[in-house]
Structure formats: structure tokens, C-alpha cells
Design a protein around this ligand. Structure first.
Ligand code: FES
Length: 108
């Protein structure tokens, strides 16, 4: 596992996702109520692009058929057997620069 910088905090928009591809991972970086969450980008239903979804009540909602995945657990709401992968996330503040978003990815 390695903490990997994905983007700057100021690239994120509240209630929306941002697509990041790094180290062979396709990720959705989502800002929800000031908290940053990182999940796999591909929806397990039919491959929808979760980073283009929106946040609703703590879930990232797939833009294709509206499946809602809990940002904290990755579980599909109301269907505990279905989940997306989530990654530990942190925000670091380098001196004199804007805050960076990192995820703990199983790479490198
Ligand atoms: S592809 Fe995501 S809900 Fe269908």
C-alpha cells in the first residue's frame, strides 16, 4: 500500500466526483459534505462512470441507472451483497500550496 497523490482539494466540487487514473487504477474522487472519498470508478452494474455521478444522502449515484453506493462503506444502498471498492483517503497540506488529496492504493 502506498499513499498516492490524486489531485488538489481545490479541483473538487461539493457533491460531485472527479475521475483520476493512476497506477492502473480508475478512481472516483468525491467531495461530500466537506469529506473526500475515493472509490473505484466503474459501476459493477453495467460499467457506468461513477465519477460523473452525483452525491445523494452520503451515496455516489451512478449516472447510468442510478444505483447509489454508500461513500463510507462502498455498499450498494439496500443491497449489502453488492459493493464498490473504497480506499483510505487523507488530505495533506504542503507549506505554501493548496491541500493535496491522497489515497492508500495497493501499488508500487
Ligand atoms: S451502470 Fe451503474 S447503475 Fe447501471
Amino acid at each position: 500500500m502506498a499513499w498516492t497523490t490524486l489531485c488538489e482539494l481545490n479541483e473538487l466540487e461539493e457533491g460531485r466526483g472527479k475521475y483520476v487514473e493512476i497506477g492502473g487504477f480508475q478512481l472516483a474522487v468525491v467531495l461530500s459534505q466537506g469529506q473526500v472519498h475515493v472509490t473505484d470508478n466503474v459501476c459493477p452494474h453495467a460499467g457506468g462512470n461513477l465519477s460523473e455521478g452525483h452525491v445523494d444522502n452520503g451515496c455516489i449515484v451512478c449516472p447510468w441507472h442510478s444505483w447509489p453506493f454508500e461513500l463510507v462503506t462502498g455498499q450498494l444502498r439496500g443491497a449489502p451483497g453488492v459493493a464498490i471498492r473504497i480506499y483510505k483517503t487523507r488530505k495533506i497540506q504542503p507549506e505554501g500550496r493548496s491541500a493535496l488529496i491522497q489515497a492508500d492504493l495497493p501499488i508500487f
